[in-house]
Ligand binder design. Structure first.
Ligand code: ADP
Ligand code: MG
Ligand code: ZN
Length: 604
């Protein structure tokens, strides 16, 4: 900000300095004459003024000489002072002045460089003026970027402006309540999370949510974006982080928000010597130090947002740092309706606009798309010179936006949607039917942040320490359920099951070679896992068995998979009515929760 004003000002000053020194140089130095000649000029009445200096006399002439010289310069004769001169000067009406310094070349050079010497002073004056105007910003690097948002001025955002992300909102209400009433938490000695990481695809409202938390609590909001750190000099990023936390400590309770955390939080590279990396790593290290440096009770909550959690340095996610993660996912049809309603508050609609219909036409769109959509519809109505937005304006806007989304590959065709719906229905129905599967929490055909087309969320999601043979086979069966359902409902399979197949094969191979769960091979481990390969980082395995054993392993894995595939097929054929019901419900509602699923599957 400030720098943008200072630079032109500095350039202008520099230019002025050059012009001045040019002018000084053009005024040719006075002509040196003998003392007697100067006296003669005085006597001849040609001199208008005389400057008496320490070592010489400078006489300026009434008629400026044609050669452009400043006048006559004569050495004074200290050994032979001339008291008569004064009388002659007075008689001739010559102006007399004195000067203490010698007219030395050094000084005159300094005089011509004066503007350059003044430059730092001018800059300093300017910057302190700017900092007074800019509300505490100064030219000091690193200090100015942590902007303070006061609720009263900038943040008019509350939870009512964020819709369709109810789970994320619910998780953040605890943060709000902590910032509002920290005593309540302190009284029972409860530790609240220091760091909350918002994770989700772009445009889902992560930044908006963070600002809403600030808006709800009314505490100061320090915000900085990771991308601001990218092109900085070494050391600046780290000092900026330090200043950010210093400022925040002074104003606690408050929120520090680091947007686009991945720009600084990328996993550290180890040996790379690029300056840019070094800068980022210093910044990241400073952030880690700062986050460890305050107790969770002081009333600072650090929030951060990223749409690439997988590339974050693991150290950021450790306890005492960003130990709470809040997923902000793409909204389903209900969520989209709610988001449309938020943005429709600001525009005028004709009474026959049904936002439900708009929501149904916009699968795959996120909050920012929907905000954009409402605006496009408003523009369309203005183009027709209408007073309010009609359903046709929404149609036009949807078509317009979907063109862009199709290019990005973010929306599905009707056929793809149906395929994904039955694929997920297959996973869910098998999971509900086998004895040992983790309970299904939610099924959705909205593309998730991970890039999968749909998802069947089973709880618990984290790896378990011990799993029995039947739990493992059930898991393989569930994985194969998606592909099987596709084959049943859509007559053929698609590429969408690749990840399922990879995971099922991996599980089956582990059962055979590592868990000793194959009768043909017995309780033995085959293959010795090696340390990660040095450069590629991929896991390698050292083979410690012969060709014949390898063939048996392959047969056993294939048999395991084949058995589970047959089992999944049997389950889904047996319950094809339930599969139809769940698949169709997913097509319209996009997300099904556990109770709805159980009702459709005839379980309760
Ligand atoms: P992100 O930070 O996740 O990329 P933003 O918070 O910057 O997304 O969202 C950009 C804009 O899109 C917001 O300012 C808001 O107008 C709109 N928006 C996004 N998500 C939502 C939502 N859940 N509810 C309402 N508006 C939203
Ligand atoms: Mg954002
Ligand atoms: Zn699947």
């Amino acid at each position: 900000m400030v720098a943008r004003v200072v630079l032109p000002a500095a350039l202008a000053l520099l230019a002025a300095g050059f012009l001045w020194s040019e002018a000084v140089a053009r005024k040719v130095a006075p002509r040196e004459v003998a003392y007697s000649e100067l006296v003669k000029a005085v006597e001849g009445g040609r001199v208008s003024s005389v400057e008496v200096r320490e070592l010489d006399l400078l006489a300026r002439l009434k008629q400026p000489p044609a050669d452009g010289t400043e006048g006559l310069l004569a050495k004074r004769l200290p050994a032979l002072e001339d008291p008569a001169l004064l009388a002659k000067l007075e008689a001739g009406g010559v102006t007399i002045s004195g000067k203490a310094e010698p007219g030395s070349p050094v000084l005159s050079a300094m005089a011509s460089f004066a503007p350059f010497l003044l430059l730092p002073l001018a800059l300093w004056l300017f910057s302190s003026w700017a900092s007074r105007r800019g509300g505490g910003r100064s030219l000091a690097f690193g200090k100015r970027e942590a902007r303070v948002y006061d609720k009263s001025r900038d943040i008019a955002v509350t939870f009512s402006d964020v819709a369709g992300v109810d789970e994320a909102r619910a998780e953040l209400t605890e943060v709000v309540s902590f910032l509002k009433e920290p005593e309540k938490y302190r009284a029972v000695g409860a530790r609240v999370p220091k760091g909350v990481l918002l994770v989700g695809p772009p445009g889902t409202g992560k930044t908006l949510l963070a600002r809403a938390v600030a808006g709800e609590t009314g505490v100061p909001f320090f915000s900085i974006s990771g991308s601001e750190f990218v092109e900085m000099f070494v050391g600046v990023g780290a000092s900026r982080v330090r200043d950010l936390f210093v400022q925040a400590r002074e104003r606690a309770p408050c929120i520090i928000f680091i947007d686009e955390l991945d720009a600084i939080g990328k996993a550290r590279s180890g040996a790379s010597g690029f300056v840019a990396n070094e800068e980022r790593e210093q910044t990241l290290n400073q952030l880690l130090v700062e986050m460890d440096g305050f107790e969770s009770g002081v009333g600072i909550v650090v929030m951060a947002a990223t749409n690439r959690p997988e590339i974050l340095d693991k150290a950021l996610l450790r306890g005492g740092r960003f130990d709470r993660q809040v997923v902000v996912d793409r909204p389903d049809v209900r969520g989209r309706r709610a988001i449309l309603a938020v943005h429709a508050r600001k525009v005028k609609l004709t009474p026959n606009v049904d936002l439900e219909v708009v929501a149904q036409r916009t699968p795959g769109m996120v909050g920012s798309d929907l905000a954009n959509l409402v605006n496009e519809a408003a523009l369309a109505s203005v183009r027709r010179a209408a007073a309010a937005i009609a359903p046709a304006d929404f149609d036009e806007a949807v078509d317009r936006l979907q063109l862009g989304l199709k290019k990005e590959g973010r929306i599905m065709t009707a056929d793809e949607k149906r395929r994904v719906a039955f694929h997920e229905a297959g996973h869910a129905l098998v999971a509900l039917s086998v004895a040992h599967a983790d309970p299904v929490h939610r099924v959705t055909i909205i593309p998730r942040s991970t890039g999968a087309l749909g998802a069947t969320l089973q709880l618990p999601t984290e790896e378990r320490y011990l799993m029995t043979r039947s739990e493992l086979t059930d898991r393989i069966c569930v994985l194969l359920g998606g592909r099987t359902a596709e084959a049943l409902a859509c007559d053929e399979t698609s590429t969408g099951a690749e990840d399922d197949l990879a995971r099922a094969s991996e599980l089956a191979r582990m059962m055979v070679t590592r868990f000793g769960m194959s009768d043909a091979l017995g309780a033995q481990r085959y293959g010795r896992p090696q340390a990660l390969r040095f450069l590629t980082g991929e896991a390698a395995e050292e083979r410690d068995y012969g060709e014949a054993t390898a063939r048996v392993i392959d047969t056993e894995v294939r048999a395991l998979i084949g058995a589970q595939l047959a089992r999944a097929q049997a389950i889904l054929k047996d319950r094809s009515a339930a599969l139809q019901a769940i698949g169709s419900a997913l097509l319209t509602k996009e997300t099904l929760r556990r109770p709805e699923l159980e009702a459709l599957a005839g379980i309760s």
